[in-house]
Design a protein around this ligand. Structure first.
Ligand code: SF4
Length: 247
């Protein structure tokens, strides 16, 4: 059983092919640019693994070209037992899954099992050094590094992502720090996402202070420049320019 924020059918982002996304609630981090603060809190909507599987399986005919289920959040790995239970049912039906995580949880046996069984992991890299990671998210940098290393060790397909915020992590020097950090990870792509303001209304609705209320959305051309710089540093082919998304 897990507390689910929402289900989204046919999400084309967050993994390959068409996805059935299961957004789980709770997150150990408080990223200042989070566009989903409503997922920080329980929704009161408890769903069993079988219910989640039954919902997802209806979309099986559309899971071609690498599609499948994506566990997202919040932080999905807070619910590793639920993911493993749902994954067993999905696997028995020939459906794979992707994990969209910030790697902000301890690498327990259950978390390892969830990572082991995934077709792909999308790992958010918040900030490239422990000090800024702690200052901006309140989280433990080492947990994320440990999960990145573990993914690299088991050889699961790994995509990396970073949200770029004007004035916070938008310099060439920042790209160098990110590139140095991921040197020991084995990954297929590293995509930059531009900070946007579309989630601001949620902060007002939830009456939570919005720490970036006065920060403008990331400039698209600048984001593309930084993506090219990062690609060169990590020696990747272009991934088609940065997208504007905050998670
Ligand atoms: S952006 Fe993701 S990791 Fe950060 S606070 Fe929001 S849900 Fe948590």
């Amino acid at each position: 059983m897990a507390d689910v924020h929402s289900f989204e059918s046919m999400a084309a982002l967050d993994g390959e092919g068409l996805r059935y996304a299961i957004f789980l609630t709770g997150c150990p981090l408080r990223c200042p640019y989070c566009h989903n603060p409503d997922a920080w809190f329980p929704s009161g909507r408890d769903v069993t693994a079988d219910q989640a599987y039954q919902k997802a399986r209806r979309f099986k005919p559309y899971f071609k070209n690498g599609g499948g289920v994506t566990f997202s959040g919040g932080e999905p790995l807070l619910h590793a037992d639920f993911i493993n239970e749902t994954a067993a049912k999905l696997r028995a039906d020939g459906i794979g899954y992707c994990l969209d995580t910030s790697g902000s949880v301890p690498l327990t046996e259950s978390v390892q099992k969830a990572l082991d069984g995934a077709d792909m992991v999308i790992l958010d890299i918040k900030f490239p050094d422990p000090e800024r990671y702690r200052r901006y998210t309140g989280g433990d940098f080492n947990r994320f590094v440990e999960i990145g290393r573990y993914c690299s060790k088991i050889g699961v397909r790994l995509w990396l992502r970073t949200v770029v915020v004007p004035g916070i992590n938008d310099t060439e020097a920042d790209m160098e720090r990110y590139a140095a950090l991921v040197k020991e990870f084995k990954f297929e792509r590293y995509e930059l996402l531009g900070f946007h303001t579309m989630g601001f209304f949620k902060y007002e609705k939830l009456q939570i202070e919005n720490p970036l209320a006065n920060v403008p959305a990331m400039d698209r051309a600048r984001l593309d420049e930084l993506q090219l710089r990062l690609n060169a540093l990590v020696q990747l082919q272009p991934v088609g320019g940065g997208r504007q998304k905050n998670d």
